[in-house]
Design a protein around this ligand. Structure first.
Ligand code: ZN
Ligand code: ZN
Ligand code: ZN
Length: 757
């Protein structure tokens, strides 16, 4: 019996052909496998029907972790050619390249981990053990094709034993580009914060012990450095916060195993699966009632960011320690990208850390850890980076031009849209300084090379003064191609539409700030969006932002602005003026400005949440993005809807003044947690009602929620309930970040949908 099989999906560059080879040989089949120019794979097998059946079953159930099969076509023939054996045949160079997908970094697999633990194995204790199924990819590849000379492993010629595995198709390391062993691979070593080498036979475990004793250590990984400390003692975390200028921002922790995670955090089935998956992101888990790590890890939050070890090195750190977790935070000086170079690390981090755990392999692409939060079973990607980038997101239309999108200002990513696939870069960060801009440019070059794309159109934000807008126009001038500027909330709506393959939507898009098409500050919007355009239909009430950016950092300013609409805030603001950097003088100035009445306004949902957070004395100063609103949400988890405020809608505007005044007047009567809860309920219900009214009028069936506020579980679930009870379908992001990390994708989608431009 002969079977000709066509497989489409992500099946190139992911160890699929060696896998097919092994399964064919295991099932006593002969024939061949080769890549096709359309990114699929062709397999021809001959043998017994039962063996072919088993082979097809293996294809589905045992495929490599990175392979994704969209479709399998099988044609049976009775005539056989009589192959002598099974072969992997090469196609032409061009075919090999087209459609190949650069995989993301993959966490160490169980088999490799076992080898590290096996004293008989030649990879015993080897921290960089990898195979075709695991190891770094995106962070080591310098150019295409994905072959060892085009990776940072090119500095490490394979020893004889490794070369033998690499060339043996029946071996799990056949064509594993990062294959290495203690003999031939990168070495780990210990240096002081001055860069002086420290003699050590077992540097990784020694670092584990130093961490447990209270040292602060920088650890080089695949995509850059982490800074690590113990988690049960406050001292090293305090030191790190001080040196890193991170007053309150939560630190992620790495935990040796699932059992230990369960000892301080709660997790459901979906969270467990993703935590253990090859992607190994940081997952924001609820602290359990017996949470025992230092409160300084994630101050005033009900969640803690947890990840499991994703390299042999990480796993070995925990071997000889009792510490249940280590802080593992990206090592980057304030608003600069993660440090990747050994010498640079000593210069920039030397003052922060006591030791460095280095290795001598270069980082081709820096890449931060991904961050995911679950709303029940649905993953919500806060940062889509290691383990995900640059895996393409499949969309339901084909762009006739190759589009590059450069994102906005905060949490920037870049995106290349080629035909029906969107390649989103790793997390870049806030592009307001030169270092991060350089990182963004670098990621664009890298992504362009890896996707083999010729950019024909560039998309960016509507904001005339964003660094990324300027970058887009500079690039366009060089490449002689058009620029498409897309309104910020339109990108959120379009991203949601494209992610779900729907053609029109009423989108609620809530965040901190987006430049509106009328030039004002938006951030609590209800839009109608289809494949051609978007239209703003409703929004939150505009509220004064006294002092512009200052109001973002000190939300009391927003609270004062809202309260001022209905009362004299002088006494209240003066009595709270110790929470403003310049005290009474500043308070008086704010009141003066409010009385003058010429302050700019914003419809931002984030700013309203911030204002309430300050009003309720939860958070007066935003030391990291989202802080006041996140702390409000954390406190609200302990509350209930005591006030039961009915959303007041004036035309197409949700009144937020009445809500803030209700909160203010109930401050001493109702618990802060209940008030926090009531505010979120009000906003959730109010926004949903605005959307439902528009959907009914325009006869649109689908309603969605996007923007950074969509990370708020309570607001999202409240909107969902209201929308679904009204008989509409409700959509949120599960693959693309709801926040501004998804902006580049949305921009690319909008530009890709515009024909002939
Ligand atoms: Zn492996
Ligand atoms: Zn070797
Ligand atoms: Zn946004």
């Amino acid at each position: 019996m002969r079977a000709e099989i066509l497989v489409s999906g992500i099946v190139q560059g992911v160890g699929f052909r060696p896998f097919i080879y092994r399964k064919a040989v295991n099932n006593r089949l002969t024939g061949f496998v080769r890549n096709r120019g359309d990114a699929g794979v062709k397999i021809v097998v001959e043998g017994k029907q039962s063996d072919i059946n088993q082979f097809l079953k293996d294809l589905e159930t045992k495929k490599p972790v990175l392979a994704q099969i969209y479709n399998t076509q099988v044609n049976y023939k009775t005539r056989e050619e009589g192959f002598a054996d099974f072969k992997i045949t090469k196609s032409s160079g061009a075919t090999e390249l087209s459609g190949s997908v650069i995989p993301p970094d993959v966490s160490i697999c169980d088999e490799c981990l076992q080898e590290i633990r096996d004293s008989e194995n030649r990879r015993f204790n080897y921290f960089f053990t990898t195979c075709t199924d695991c190891g770094p990819r995106y962070t080591t590849i310098t150019s295409l094709p994905y072959d060892r000379p085009n990776t940072t492993m090119n500095q490490f010629p394979m020893c004889e034993a490794c070369a033998k595995e690499y060339t043996d198709p029946s071996n799990r390391r056949f064509h594993a580009q990062t294959v290495a062993c203690p003999e031939c691979g990168p070495k780990a070593y210990l240096v002081t914060n001055m860069g002086e080498p420290v003699e050590s036979k077992d540097p990784i475990r020694e670092i584990g012990k130093l961490l447990e004793e209270g040292s602060v250590v920088a650890i080089k990984g695949n995509g850059g450095f982490h800074v690590a400390t113990a988690t049960t003692k406050p001292e090293p975390i305090t030191k790190l916060r001080k040196d890193k200028h991170r007053k309150n921002k939560p630190f992620a922790v790495m935990v040796p195993d699932l059992e230990t995670v369960k000892s301080f955090a709660e997790l459901n089935q979906s969270e467990t699966e993703l935590l253990m998956s090859y992607r190994k992101p940081i997952i924001l888990l609820k602290k359990s009632p017996n949470y025992y790590l230092s409160e300084l890890v994630s101050p005033q939050l009900h969640t803690v960011g947890v990840m499991l070890p994703y390299t042999g090195l990480h796993s070995m750190l925990f071997d000889q320690v009792k510490e249940p977790a280590f802080v593992m935070t990206s090592a980057n000086p304030p608003s600069e990208p993660i440090v990747t170079d050994n010498n640079q690390a000593i210069q920039r981090l030397g003052k922060t850390v006591d030791y460095f755990l280095m290795h001598n392999r270069a980082v081709a692409q820096r890449c931060d850890d991904s961050v995911v939060r679950f709303h029940d079973k649905d993953p919500s990607l806060i940062r889509r980076s290691r383990g995900y980038a640059p895996e393409p997101v499949q969309i339901d239309f084909v762009s006739d031009r190759c589009v590059l999108a450069v994102g906005g200002e905060l949490n920037v990513t870049s995106c290349i849209l080629s035909q029906n696939r969107a390649f989103i870069s790793q997390h870049i960060g806030d592009v307001e300084n030169l270092e991060n801009l350089r990182f963004l440019k670098d990621s664009i070059t890298h992504l362009t090379n890896l996707t083999n794309c010729k950019i024909e159109k560039i998309a960016c934000d509507l904001h005339p003064r964003f660094t990324t807008t300027k970058l887009a126009y500079d690039l366009a001038a060089n490449l002689d191609c058009p620029v498409v500027q897309v309104q910020h909330h339109h990108t959120h709506a379009a991203a949601l539409m494209a992610e779900w393959g729907i053609s029109e939507i009423i989108a609620i898009t809530c965040d901190g700030y987006g430049y509106g098409s009328d030039g004002s500050a938006w951030g609590g919007e209800v839009l109608y969006c289809n494949k051609e355009s978007s239209q703003r239909l409703a929004h939150l009430e505009p509220q004064p932002i006294v002092g512009g950016d200052l109001a973002t950092y000190y939300p009391l300013r927003i609270a004062a602005g809202i309260l001022h609409k209905k009362m004299d805030v002088t006494d209240w603001l003066i009595s709270n003026s110790k929470h403003l950097p310049h005290g009474k003088t500043e308070a008086k100035l704010i009141i003066k400005q409010l009385e003058k009445g010429s302050t700019p306004t914003t419809t931002s949902c984030g700013r309203v949440l911030d204002a309430v957070s300050a009003l309720l004395e939860i958070c007066y100063e935003r030391s990291y993005e989202g802080e006041p609103a996140m702390k409000l949400e954390s406190l609200a988890t302990k509350g209930k809807d005591v006030l039961k405020l009915v959303p007041r809608i004036n035309g197409n505007v949700l009144d937020t003044t009445v809500m803030v005044h209700e909160i203010f007047s109930n401050k001493n009567k109702v618990s802060v947690a209940d008030l926090a809860f009531s505010v979120q309920s009000y906003l959730g219900r109010g926004l949903a009602e605005l959307a439902v009214a528009q959907a009914e009028e325009l006869k649109v069936k689908d309603i969605g929620f996007s923007g950074g506020v969509a990370y708020n579980e309570h607001i999202t679930s409240t909107i969902r309930k209201t929308v679904e009870n009204a008989g509409f379908r409700f959509f949120v992001h599960t693959k693309i970040p709801a926040g501004d990390g998804g902006t580049s994708f949305g921009q690319a989608v909008v530009a890709g949908l515009q024909k002939n431009q």
